[in-house]
Design a protein around this ligand. Structure first.
Ligand code: KQY
Length: 363
């Protein structure tokens, strides 16, 4: 497929919001034993549960490394398409492309540079060469033309409203491991060109400095144009309180690309969680991969849900706030089914359901 030598914005393309109609969802199968405990078997079962849930509502494609094709095919239901896509790990939100559409309904994709969340500065593993090729392979499989963006960006580090606004965090996009030679203004200009947006709302920090340098998809998202949902805790003793309060204040005072003041809703955070010794003992130690220690914080959040056609997929954690989180989403997405699933196994790997999925718009 062609690599287009201009930008989505110049060609009249924009990234649609996650709630706009999907052609399907892309995922990548987990297997690396230095991130997923017990040879990734518990994670694979969690992937089956998430993929099966989404496949009730729209087509799901699972990319797998060659040596896992037969196993994934056997574990996944027939409703999930399994294709060989070599990868270094399974975070399709970050490794995969972002799709863009125009008013005629054409779909193209943006292929960002990916460096495992910080490259040799503070990245999470080495190498990431297979991950780097994933968007190009998806373009070939789907017969979609591709823009090659000239900077490092992960899909979990931003959220768009589909109407010209993006939310992101300074902690991530200005981190030294990503685009150290770009100024904030240059990054804003690239976001505008490659997402087709005209307004950037900069939050300060996320809640996982060690993993993604503060991806926004753990702390805030749009739920419809002009309306955002922000992670929140009333507990001033919680280490996340200051971070969430700072972000909330910014959102309450922000306007979007259309000049609307944002309507801000809050989502409770699950109680803080830490890795148990049993959980970390099943993870292989490999030099160059972020080590897991018992007692380390697990970056759990209910804001990291996934919106698919007619449904919202929400991780729950056996936490006192699970029911309230589901109720918040049901109120904000009245026409969709809220589907919950046990999310702990995925957050043990450092991300969540939004981080392992990528929507392809119907266009
Ligand atoms: O949360 C994400 N978007 C990805 C996290 C990657 C963690 C790798 N161990």
């Amino acid at each position: 497929m062609a690599t287009i030598d201009s930008t989505p914005q110049a060609d009249g393309f924009r990234m649609p919001a996650e709630w706009e109609p999907h052609a399907g969802t892309w995922m990548l199968w987990p297997q690396r034993p230095d991130n997923w405990r017990d040879g990734a078997k518990p994670a694979q079962r969690a992937w089956v549960e998430v993929a099966s849930a989404i496949a009730r509502f729209e087509p799901v494609t699972m990319g797998v490394n060659p040596d896992q094709f037969e196993n994934a095919r056997a574990m996944l239901p027939d409703s999930v398409r399994v294709v060989e896509i070599s990868n270094n790990d399974s975070w399709m939100r970050d490794i995969g492309p972002s799709f863009v559409v125009n008013d005629a309904g054409d779909v193209r994709l943006v292929h960002w540079h990916f460096n495992a969340w910080g490259g040799l500065f503070d990245g999470l593993y080495f190498p990431w060469d297979k991950d780097e090729l994933v968007p190009r392979k998806i373009a070939e499989i789907e017969g979609i033309d591709r823009y090659r963006a000239p900077f490092v960006l992960e899909g979990g580090s931003f959220h768009v409203d589909g109407e010209g606004t993006v939310i992101t965090t300074e902690e991530c996009l200005l981190s030294p491991g990503r685009n150290p030679d770009l100024t904030r203004e240059e990054i804003e200009a690239y976001l505008a060109e490659y997402l087709g947006i005209s307004k950037v709302i900069w939050l300060k920090r996320g809640i996982d400095p060690e993993e993604t340098n503060g991806h926004v998809d753990d702390v805030a998202c749009f739920v419809r144009p002009g309306v955002v949902l922000a992670g929140w805790t009333e507990d001033e003793g919680d280490w996340r309180y200051e971070i969430l309060a700072e972000n909330l204040e910014i959102l309450k005072n922000a306007t979007d690309a259309k000049g609307r003041p944002l309507e801000v809703h809050t989502m409770p955070m699950p109680n803080t969680m830490t890795y148990t010794a049993e959980e970390t003992s099943g993870v292989d130690v490999v030099e160059g991969t972020l080590p897991r220690e018992a007692g380390d914080e697990v970056p759990a959040s209910y804001v990291n849900f996934y919106v698919c056609n007619d449904a919202v997929v929400l991780p729950i954690f056996g936490d006192a706030h699970d029911a309230e989180a589901a109720a918040v989403l049901q109120r904000l997405f009245p026409g969709r089914e809220v589907v919950t699933f046990p999310g702990r196994e995925i957050v043990l790997g450092g991300g969540n359901v939004h981080c392992i999925t990528q929507q392809q718009p119907r266009g």
